[in-house]
Design a protein around this ligand. Structure first.
Ligand SMILES: [Fe+2]
Length: 399
């Protein structure tokens, strides 16, 4: 770790952070920080990754050239915030939609400062064995989640994240997608990759089994969205085709990711596979993923834009071969009928009290009682064992 690099860290433009050659390709760490290479699942190794984490390495250079020539979805639509109806259509069709100018210049600057401030907390913890940084438990090198790296699991105690819950540019689109204003805040965080994140993250869908529940409130939501149902009674049996439409049109969770930088062919643009949001099957493993899926990324989405994502749609991180951090903090929302098995309240009452009436309404579940600070909030750490320790000691301090 170079102290001056970390002190001046920015989440847009050129930076000296990242590109740690001592961090081996595909190396992750367990709860305790012990390095290993994972063969399966969400942090599975990328069998096609370059052999060295070095900007000028020939393998890195040829991948960069390939991405410059081919990366990105052809004809990616980028909408304006006022195009609510079109945004919903594209979202339901593809499982995601990109909307530009969601943040004003002042909001973007504030979110960039906050994203850099929290990233600095993660990176200033020194790495071991000559590595510049600690890798986050069970993630690929140089990739971090603002949510899971927080000892409270979310960043809703941070006023910048919390004040982004209800924006004039996002609320109308979310209300249209959820068929009304009674959706709820699930959490907030987002993710980032440093320059030198040379691996593809495996394609995955967030969550799984809960996606196929059919409680009456989900059928009610479908009715509000205009899906033609067989009977007035929400508990009535629906035919298979109607059920499939309901599953596709009622996402359990919608994430809004805010882009701190433009997504370029080489700075780790998120990849999204269109039309995969209602599927019961699994995405291909890294070894079996076709090249067109590896190139199915949101290149061209500008800074200040947001990506509205149905988190079921297959997605994954891609290589950041640039000299720029690619950060996209987020807010996560859940459908009125959805109960998340891992839900954890994360917003202090005192933060909640500063929000707009709509933001307060949709944050009721995640709110704590007055005077209670969420255990672990404020502590960022890459290792699961240190996050647990911070959470336990702050819980003890409160009792
Ligand atoms: Fe994900």
């Amino acid at each position: 770790m170079d102290v001056s690099e970390i002190d001046d860290i920015k989440v847009f433009g050129e930076t000296g952070v990242g590109w740690c050659a001592s961090t081996l390709p595909n190396e992750t760490v367990d709860d305790m920080g012990r390095p290993f290479v994972q063969e399966k699942g969400f942090t599975a190794a990328d069998p096609r990754a370059p052999k060295r984490r070095v900007y000028d390495d020939p393998g890195v250079c040829s991948l960069r050239e390939h991405l410059r020539a081919h990366n990105g979805i052809r004809g990616l639509e980028i909408l304006e915030p006022h195009e609510t109806e079109r945004a919903a259509q594209v979202f339901f069709r593809d499982g995601f939609v990109v909307v530009r100018d969601v943040l004003s210049a002042a909001e973007l600057e504030r979110f960039r400062d906050a994203s850099a401030r929290v990233l600095k907390q993660i990176l200033e913890i020194p790495g071991v064995g000559g590595r510049k940084y600690l890798t986050e438990s069970y993630r690929l090198p140089h990739r971090y989640s603002y949510g899971t790296a927080s000892a409270s699991r979310h960043l809703l105690h941070d006023k910048v994240w919390a004040s982004t819950i209800d924006l004039p540019t996002t609320t109308p689109i979310l209300t249209r997608i959820f068929g009304g204003p009674d959706y709820k805040v699930l959490g907030a965080g987002g993710d980032l990759c440093l320059p030198g994140a040379i691996e593809y993250q495996a394609l995955h869908s967030d969550g799984d089994r809960e996606h196929f529940q059919m409680p009456p409130a989900r059928i009610e939501q479908a009715r509000r969205l205009g899906i033609e149902l067989r009977a007035e009674d929400a508990a009535a049996e629906q035919d298979y085709r109607t059920l499939q439409r309901i599953i596709e049109r009622t996402p359990p969770v919608v994430t809004v990711n805010f882009l701190m930088t433009a997504m370029t062919s080489e700075n780790g643009p998120i990849r999204q596979i269109p039309g995969t949001q209602g599927r019961a099957g699994y995405p291909p493993s890294p070894a079996n993923e076709p090249e067109w899926m590896r190139l199915s990324t949101l290149v061209g989405a500008p800074a200040g834009a947001a990506i509205f994502r149905d988190t079921r749609a297959w997605h994954g991180g891609t290589p950041n071969l640039s000299r720029e951090v690619r950060a996209m903090p987020n807010v996560e929302y859940m459908a009125p009928w959805y109960e998340d098995p891992n839900f954890q309240p994360a917003m202090p009452y005192e933060v909640w009290a500063t929000l707009s009436p709509h933001a307060q309404q949709i944050s009721m579940l995640t709110r704590f009682s007055p005077g209670v600070w969420p255990a672990g909030a404020g502590v960022m750490h890459p290792l699961a064992k240190d996050r647990r320790a911070a959470k336990e000691s702050s819980a003890r301090g409160m009792s």
